[in-house]
Design a protein around this ligand. Structure first.
Ligand SMILES: Cc1cc2nc3c(=O)[nH]c(=O)nc-3n(C[C@H](O)[C@H](O)[C@H](O)COP(=O)(O)O)c2cc1C
Length: 327
């Protein structure tokens, strides 16, 4: 059974990538993840604020709230750039799967030079987690799109390792944006970034973050957009969010993903659970007489199915209007 897949120019032995999280900040966990069969590892992100703070060029506009200021200062004291470079070097020595460094960013200012330092430390690839919540009413959509393009251009000028972009779903012209990102020389797009939601505590009457971990239901969003953009995007697509079992891995591959990223399920079930997911994929392949996973990428993408409207608007008309059909 061949579970290998090509992603970002690497031949991965399995399509399950350990997504960036606190777990991939620990060499012990990284080693366990590799032993249990992940195809690649995305290290915990370094934040552009950390890079700027160490270089003394964090501008006041970053620090809109005192609490944010305190948090960034404290975080940076405990997570130095040197530590991050050591993490890359050690991970590279300890595991035989691609090690993808990650930068969480929202601007294309001075921090971009650090991408080269990451390359020099030995990262096989770099994932840019461009994390912009379009919450400023004065900021037009095209301005946010330009930030993405500027970041990619600036980083690409400085490194030669392959680059992936983990993007947000919050674009009014999402298909257009996915396509436009895919033609900018990046090797992969990760659909999508996940933003934690706020919730209201009715007893304390305050607002707090909730759902740090995803639920399997959340996979519908990346599944839809990968299904619609497979064959349109000019780079590899990876699915992220809500992938908690082997069956969901197969679903995302069938609609067009070259690989998937997982984080929440690793926290809930441990790195050993990768083994179970791989077994489930192999069982499905055996039962369905599929020898190679690569052979089924995109088989059920919008382009390749008989009823492509299933991905689109008319389905809402169908299921929202007929009460019995909805049940
Ligand atoms: C505790 C935790 C920490 C995370 N840290 C990062 C991070 O540093 N950088 C990043 O790009 N994504 C980070 N993520 C997001 C995951 O990589 C992933 O995109 C998201 O959790 C959705 O995947 P999942 O449904 O498998 O959890 C984090 C997720 C969790 C749960």
């Amino acid at each position: 059974m061949d579970l290998s897949t090509n992603y970002m120019g690497f031949k991965l032995k399995s399509p399950i990538i350990a997504g960036s999280s606190g777990m991939t900040n620990s060499i012990a966990e990284i080693v366990k993840l590799a032993k249990n069969g992940v195809g690649a590892i995305v290290l915990k992100s370094i934040f552009e604020e950390q890079i700027l703070l160490e270089a003394n060029s964090l501008r006041p506009e970053y620090l809109t709230h005192t609490e944010a200021n305190d948090y960034i200062n404290q975080y940076t004291r405990h997570h130095s750039l040197d530590d991050y470079l050591k993490l890359i070097e050690t991970a590279q020595k300890e595991v035989d799967v691609p090690v993808i460094a990650s930068i969480n960013c929202a601007t294309s200012v001075e921090w971009v030079s650090f991408a080269k330092t990451i390359e020099d430390a030995g990262a096989d690839a770099l994932e840019l987690n461009i994390f912009i919540l379009p919450a400023d009413r004065r900021q037009k959509g095209e301005h946010i799109e330009k930030i993405y393009f500027d970041i990619i251009r600036e980083v690409k000028e400085r490194v030669s390792i392959p680059i992936a972009v983990k993007m947000s779903p919050y674009f009014s012209g999402l298909a257009n944006m996915i396509f436009n990102l895919s033609i900018r020389g990046i090797k992969a797009l990760v659909l999508f970034n996940r933003f934690y939601s706020p919730d209201v505590d009715l007893k304390k009457l305050d607002v707090h973050p909730t759902n740090v971990f995803s639920s399997p239901k959340e996979n519908g969003l990346p599944l839809r957009w990968i299904g619609m953009m497979a064959g349109e995007a000019r780079c590899d697509l990876a699915a992220a969010t809500g992938i908690h079992d082997g069956e969901t891995v197969i679903k995302n591959i069938l609609v067009g993903a070259h690989a998937v990223q997982v984080a929440s399920v690793l926290y809930k079930k441990g790195p050993e659970y990768i083994r179970t997911m791989i077994n489930d994929i192999e069982n499905w392949m055996a039962n369905n007489k599929v020898d190679t996973l690569e052979g089924i990428i995109g088989k059920l993408s919008q382009k390749n199915i008989d009823n492509p409207v299933v991905y689109e608007r008319s389905q809402f008309m169908k299921y929202y209007s007929d009460y019995k059909e909805t049940l």
